[in-house]
Design a protein. Structure first.
Length: 178
């Protein structure tokens, strides 16, 4: 019996073999990009958590009371040593640290003026004797540590591919007294 073109078209339209392959070919690249994106954003979030913890450790070390009979140690040196140790423990390169692009606007406990970053050669901003409380009658003084760490995304076929962003971290700790 001869096949008419209408019957052949209807038979082919009703055929579903190979449709799964076509659907997979359309969906798999999108799924792969989503998975790669989740991985790289997870990496960025992990590094952000690490540098935040490092800034907290640095601020805590800088705010610790100094021994009155010991050789004087600069708070920024304590902060720098603690940050470097925290980054090294997480296998991040301390040489990649940078001072923040803008200095945090904090005010002095002594005279109320703006406090600049210390003059230490470290790649972070350590601000000592800064006001931690505002608008209260009792003034709380402390130390602030701020830093930046670069992160480079690798997301092919997106605008984020090979883009470097600066992850910012800062921590403020109350100054301890002996």
């Amino acid at each position: 019996m001869p096949h008419f073109p209408g019957k052949t078209v209807r038979r082919l339209a009703g055929e579903s073999r190979g449709a799964e392959i076509a659907e997979a070919a359309a969906v798999l690249p999108i799924m792969f990009m989503i998975l790669v994106g989740i991985f790289w954003f997870g990496q960025a979030f992990s590094i952000y958590g690490t540098i935040t913890r490092a800034a907290q450790e640095g601020a805590r070390a800088a705010a610790a009371p100094q021994c009155s009979t010991c050789t004087p140690v600069v708070a920024s040196t304590n902060a720098s040593n603690a940050v470097v140790a925290a980054l090294a423990a997480a296998r991040l390169d301390p040489a990649n640290l940078h001072r923040p692009a803008t200095t945090p606007s904090l005010f002095s406990c002594v005279d109320g003026s703006a406090v600049a970053c210390d003059g230490s050669p470290s790649n972070m901003c350590v601000q000592e004797n800064v006001q931690l409380s505002t608008g209260t009658t009792q003034q709380v003084c402390g130390v602030s540590v701020s830093l930046q760490y670069p992160f480079r995304f690798w997301l092919p076929f997106t605008s984020l591919n090979k883009q470097t962003i600066q992850l910012n971290a800062s921590a403020r700790v109350r100054r301890e007294t002996m």
